[in-house]
Design a protein around this ligand. Structure first.
Ligand code: AAO
Length: 512
């Protein structure tokens, strides 16, 4: 009996690691700050047809609205309650999005901010996205309701009430993160309220959650919250499916809290991945692409089954969070495409692609003065919708990296090679490398300052393939380079270091 319970519990935990992505798809895209109506349209017109598995959405619950600075993106990380109206839209729009994205096989993952409410200095009034009254000073949030005793201040042992030292696990979990009012998740009442909020979303049809600021919550408290969660809605998911949980824990080493403490609860964001990959593609600190032969666990990253990986995220693309200047963002588009291409070709982890908006980046002494700027918006602060240009790119300040041909095609590549091993590695001991995924796909990078000109064993069946980076298969033709694989699996590759994108990728479905 005991063994049975143990096995059942183990199964339950592991279940929260499964993203429940449909139809053999493999990648998630973070549509940062997009409106629900735009995400709905994007699921139907682009994400579904192009094999994207899911969307991470911005926090859907009620948040503060700030005038100074003017409507920063980060106001959404300051909850006022769990009513479902936000800068992205109201509850009906949210429900419509979840339904219609699910109907085209694109899952929705909610960014859940459950560690805290708004900042202690957020004042009192109805400056919130649904207009609910709250008082930060009195710690009074009647729309939930949460009152004074639902917060952790009595547990915090620092003079300021703030986290002062990341080396002390107690203060990281019991004190305030950048003055945000810290919820007492040890209380059953608080756990219930948080779980009610998440369950409402699960019942609406979401597939899981990115849980914000997990380092700042005790694993035991999180386990109690997750344990209260419903199974996924059987209209779209098979019976007994647990919500997918991926937890934001920044662990670059050297602190008292490690990501390991959260592995049994769900997946964890692997921040080392983007920090290292950016350093490699920038060739900083003597790093070389050839060193990625044992990329993944071989680099000291977390076990494959625990990892959620990404090249950049909404924080570190603008200097928040961790990773530093090495992070390869859309501002360095050539590097970004290569890094995302590498990530999507490599078998390690569940992959998340970033989709950003432009802001007036202005770096002074290493700090971006406009790192707060919110999404493209109208004069009244409401978020602009995302217009699609004739060439399929986005307008009005929306970057839409996920629509860039190279990135979109690599999302498809990952689906086509899903389940195949990392194979046929080649490198020049510098920054030219190639690897395959069984007999389903092959990719070659040239990040050296000279040309690549080499014949390699691809492991692919003979034939002519269309390179999905310089172009793509269009009907029976190819708008990019053509790669001829001989009957022996060998093919000749030539990549100039001056090419717009110095990499080439072919896969089973790009065969002409
Ligand atoms: C805003 C204002 C604040 C104000 C507050 C309340 O900026 O001045 O006090 O409102 O009025 C976002 C924004 C914040 C914003 C907040 C609320 O980024 O600027 O505050 O909304 O509106 C830590 C957390 C991590 C967190 C990250 C930003 O551990 O969870 O900070 N990320 C999430 C979200 C994020 C959001 C929140 C949490 C809050 O993704 O968007 O904040 O909901 C170390 C630690 C990390 C720590 C970083 C930054 O990292 O390890 O745990 O992240 O410091 O403090 C090297 C180290 C690396 C280190 C890094 C930076 O790289 O190796 O470990 O340096 O020092």
């Amino acid at each position: 009996m005991k063994l049975f319970i143990l096995v059942a519990l183990f199964g339950l935990c592991l279940a929260q690691h499964n993203p429940h992505i449909q139809h053999g798809r493999t990648s998630i895209v973070h549509l940062f700050e997009w409106r629900w109506a735009d995400i709905t349209a994007e699921c139907e017109r682009f994400l579904g047809p192009n094999g994207f598995g899911g969307v991470q959405i911005s926090p859907p619950n009620e948040h503060i609205v700030l005038n100074s600075p003017w409507r920063p993106w980060w106001q959404r990380y300051q909850p006022v309650g769990y009513n479902l109206c936000s800068r992205s839209g109201n509850e009906n729009e949210l429900r419509d999005m979840i339904t219609r994205c699910n109907n085209v096989g694109v899952n929705i993952y909610v960014d859940a901010v459950i560690n805290h409410m708004c900042g202690a200095g957020a004042g009192e009034g109805t400056h919130s996205s649904c207009g609910s009254w709250f008082s930060a000073g009195r710690k009074d949030f009647p729309s939930v309701p949460f009152t004074q005793s639902d917060f952790n201040d009595h547990k915090c042992r620092t003079g300021s009430g703030e986290i002062e030292n990341y080396g002390d696990a107690n203060q990281v979990r019991d004190c305030r993160l950048v003055s945000l009012l810290d919820l007492a998740l040890e209380k059953d009442y608080v756990r219930d309220k948080v779980a009610d909020f998440m369950n409402k979303l699960i019942d609406m049809g979401v597939a899981g959650f990115r849980v914000d600021a997990c380092k700042h919550m005790w694993p035991g408290d999180l386990s109690a919250v997750y344990g209260r969660l419903h199974n996924l809605n059987t209209e779209w998911f098979s019976g007994g499916s647990r919500p997918f949980i991926f937890q934001e824990v920044i662990d670059l080493g050297g602190e008292s809290i490690t990501s390991t403490e959260y592995f049994h609860l769900g997946r964890v964001t692997e921040f080392k991945y983007g920090a290292k990959l950016g350093t490699i593609f920038r060739k900083w600190n003597g790093e070389k692409l050839s060193y990625t032969k044992n990329w993944g666990e071989g680099w000291g990253f977390m076990p494959n089954d625990n990892a959620l990986v990404f090249v950049d995220n909404h924080d570190n693309q603008r200097g928040h969070g961790a990773g530093g200047a090495a992070i390869a963002t859309f501002w360095d588009s050539r590097l970004h495409k290569m890094a995302v291409g590498f990530m999507l070709a490599h078998p390690y982890g569940v992959t998340r692609v970033m989709s950003s908006f432009r802001w007036n980046r202005h770096i002074v002494n290493g700090k971006d003065q406009n790192d707060w700027e919110g999404p493209p918006s109208h004069g009244d602060g409401s978020t602009k919708s995302v217009p699609i240009n004739a060439d399929q790119t986005c307008g009005d300040g929306w970057v839409c990296e996920h629509r860039w041909r190279q990135i979109k095609n690599m999302v498809i590549f990952r689906n086509v090679v899903n389940g195949q091993p990392h194979s046929n590695w080649w490198d020049n001991q510098s920054n030219q490398v190639a690897f395959g995924r069984g007999n389903r796909g092959f990719i070659v990078f040239n990040n050296d300052d000279w040309d690549l000109d080499v014949t390699l064993n691809t492991g692919m069946p003979g034939g002519t393939y269309c390179d999905v980076i310089s172009g793509q298969k269009e009907g029976s033709g190819c708008s990019g380079k053509q790669i001829h694989v001989g009957g022996d699996g060998r093919a000749h590759f030539k990549i100039s270091n001056r090419d717009e994108d110095p990499f080439v990728a072919i896969h089973a479905d790009s065969k002409l």
